[in-house]
Design a protein around this ligand. Sequence first.
Ligand SMILES: NC(=O)c1ccc[n+]([C@@H]2O[C@H](COP(=O)([O-])OP(=O)(O)OC[C@H]3O[C@@H](n4cnc5c(N)ncnc54)[C@H](O)[C@@H]3O)[C@@H](O)[C@H]2O)c1
Length: 308
Amino acid sequence: MIAPEQVRTIGVVGTGAIGASWVALGLQHGLDVVAWDPAEDAPERLSERLNSLASPDVGVGEARVTFVETPEDVAAAADIVFEAGPERLETKRELFARLDAAAGPEVLLTSSSSGLRPSTFQDACTRHPERVLVAHPFNPPHLVPLVEVVGGAATSDEAAEAALAVLRHLGKQPIRIRREVPGHVANRLQAALWREAYHLVEQGVVSVADIDTAIASGPGLRWALLGPFATQHVSGGPGGFAHVMAHLGPPMVEWWDDLGSPEFSEDLVSTLVAGVDEEMDGVDVPDLVARRDRALTALLDLKRDQGL
Ligand SMILES: NC(=O)c1ccc[n+]([C@@H]2O[C@H](COP(=O)([O-])OP(=O)(O)OC[C@H]3O[C@@H](n4cnc5c(N)ncnc54)[C@H](O)[C@@H]3O)[C@@H](O)[C@H]2O)c1
């Protein structure tokens, strides 16, 4: 499999929100990018998106992006491919069959899929399914460090380790997920939180805006620095995590029994949409995202300084 320092060219298939951000990541690291997207206006949209990132490395690197005619052209030119097309199994199956047919055996073929198990599209590959895997990023991947690496039934250990090494080389913090589960890990954790958040709003316990405050100005601040287990450990004083379990574990089990599982109905969606509309009234969303991304960049720098 390809070694990280041998990677010169990344391939990106599908240059929407996630694909564009993979392109930006490659450019930030001085790599060449070959890209394919079936939308006619994809090159202009990518250019707009890269300009909106306002990152000097990305701006300078734009000349290193080449749009090609087919996914096969991407596979033939790249050392590692990041597939970021629509989240539809049939589309992924067709794309991976075509990528596998055209890529050399050393080329890693990764999918950004948010929740599909890699085995469900890997078996469309007849030549080298062992180098096919999920590398699930968090939006936007050129900033957020986490990437979940998930192999399918036919993925080799070597390919999974090579993908982890390349991603680390690109400044990411990949984790290896040992068993395929729908939604991988981080999205399942988010889904667990969203289930209870939707339930609490549905029950009239709290507003949408107050849930956002509860997380973004409460536990979310700590989770960005330590994660839920380490946070519990340090909150337990000298007794650490074991003490927290003894002390707060039993009451938490009582809360578990009371957690909700709302029906995903039209009524629920309308209530949530109305709550979000109220929260976002008068907010310039592109400006919000730009400020969020600037704060994220500063936070990542601070974390690095503090060794977190
Ligand atoms: N948006 C997120 O927060 C997020 C986060 C992590 C992973 N993902 C995953 O990344 C992938 C892309 O999501 P996105 O949010 O960038 O979607 P998007 O809609 O922004 O982009 C999809 C792109 O795919 C292109 N496309 C359409 N048909 C295609 C085909 N047959 N082959 C290749 N490309 C095609 C579209 O023109 C578009 O540019 C999905 O698998 C999604 O699950 C999304």
